[in-house]
Design a protein. Structure first.
Length: 132
């Protein structure tokens, strides 16, 4: 198995089916994302069982795939779960605030914008925050 081979995708998909450990499933989702196979990644995410409930990596990957697939409701759920598991994750908080800003009620937008401004103190998020 070579990491940059398209055969890796097929191999890992089969491995996740034959040996459905959390590690194998997450590795398949990562590879599916790498090859822009978002529908297959989404299918794998939807088949995840309770073993993923406390996996930060699962929620990161699931949120990423949901945002690419334009399912904001699912992305919000995964990001809220991620923030619950890792409250200091400013990127997840920012992504969640950005979705809430677009999908939210007008009355809530000032508080969401204030949250985004406070997250702009994080150098990794500053440019994104200032463009909203």
């Amino acid at each position: 198995e070579t990491q940059d081979s398209p055969q890796t995708f097929v191999y890992q998909q089969r491995l996740a089916g034959v040996e459905p450990t959390l590690e194998n499933k997450l590795k398949f989702i990562r590879i599916a994302i790498k090859y822009n196979a978002y529908p297959q990644a989404l299918e794998a995410i939807n088949k995840m069982g309770p073993e993923a409930a406390n996996s930060v990596e699962f929620y990161e990957l699931a949120a990423q795939v949901s945002m690419v697939m334009r399912n904001q409701t699912k992305a919000k759920y995964y990001l809220m779960s991620l923030v619950k598991l890792r409250p200091d994750d400013n990127k997840a908080k920012f992504d969640l605030a950005q979705i809430r800003l677009v999908d939210g009620f007008e009355d809530n937008k000032p508080s969401i914008r204030a949250e985004i401004r406070s997250l702009a103190n994080d150098p990794a998020l500053r440019v994104r925050a200032l463009t909203l």
